[in-house]
Design a protein around this ligand. Structure first.
Ligand SMILES: [Zn+2]
Length: 291
């Protein structure tokens, strides 16, 4: 399975983790636009990071990461929902520094006043937005800092991407429910797991299969693996959403648009789908007819 998330547990320990690989879904996303290598690897890391974060949520809905900056890099976003559907997109101006990057730290060094937004949108219930300062050299380090400060759950994250394949690993020490549970905890467990996780090389994370990575890192531990779950590229655009957007801009703006573009065409940049509205269809949304 080229796109998957593999959860893992350390038996009898308050630890859970996830390995994520994105391969042909990454190819599909990168094929939508002519991205330089730096943006390709950043999108790869953002997509795996989003899938890792989604796996820590217990809600139905979606989570997205969005980086905004000034300068030649404008923004990038990646999104994953509870079904494992992912998509991503970035906007930038040509910059020679984007041509020779091998990991997100090379891109990060070019960002001017960058900010990372974490958006959680449950199907039901309130939306959440977290703002993460991008003041560490890699995306993984910025996300770890976020967990430290906001959730206070010890979390280790490793991300790596090439234009072909992206990989990510997250491991978390879960809070204990009570003192009794605390008494059973091996105090050395987390420092040991953290140290082992840090030995993983970027090329191992992208190239090895999930179970090989877990064996390579934690073969001394008793690791339990549930069935892996698939990830896939999918876009959430639809004709209905385009109709809603037209209704929102209002009948006057639609009439003005029709004067320069008839039929109105709306392109989805995530998947290159094109939605076309003839004058009759566009005006029909407002109960008006062609005069
Ligand atoms: Zn789309």
């Amino acid at each position: 399975m080229p796109n998957l998330r593999q959860r893992f547990y350390v038996e009898d320990c308050p630890v859970r983790g996830e390995v994520v690989h994105v391969e042909d879904a990454l190819q599909t996303i990168l094929a939508q636009k002519d991205y330089p290598q730096a943006i390709q690897v950043l999108l790869g890391e953002m997509l795996t990071a989003t899938a890792l974060l989604a796996s820590t949520l217990k809600i139905k809905g979606r989570i997205s990461l969005q980086i905004q900056a000034q300068g030649s890099f404008k923004w990038a976003m990646a999104e994953c929902n509870h079904l494992g559907q992912i998509r991503g997109l970035a906007d930038f101006e040509a910059d020679p520094r984007f041509e020779q990057a091998t990991n997100s730290s090379t891109v990060f060094a070019t960002l001017v006043q960058p900010v990372l937004f974490i958006n959680i949108e449950p199907e039901f219930g309130e939306r959440y937005q977290g703002i993460v300062p991008l003041d560490k050299p890699t995306l993984a380090q910025c996300l770890m800092q976020y967990y430290d400060l906001s959730a206070q759950i010890p979390t280790q994250i490793t991300l790596a991407s090439t234009p072909q394949r992206a990989g990510g690993l997250l491991i978390q020490l879960l809070p204990r429910n009570n003192e009794e549970e605390q008494n059973f905890v091996d105090e050395d467990l987390w420092p040991r797991l953290k140290m082992l996780t840090e030995t993983l090389k970027p090329e191992e994370l992208t190239d090895l299969e999930a179970n090989e990575i877990l064996y390579r890192l934690y073969n001394e531990e008793d690791i339990r693996l549930p069935e892996p779950e698939p990830l896939e590229f999918a876009c959430t655009c639809s004709r209905e959403k385009c109709e809603t957007a037209l209704v929102q801009i209002g009948v006057d703006a639609v009439k003005e648009t029709l004067e320069i573009q008839n039929p109105i065409t709306m392109d989805c940049q995530f998947c290159n789908a094109q939605y076309r509205f003839t004058a009759e269809q566009a005006l029909g949304l407002f109960g008006e007819h062609l005069s």
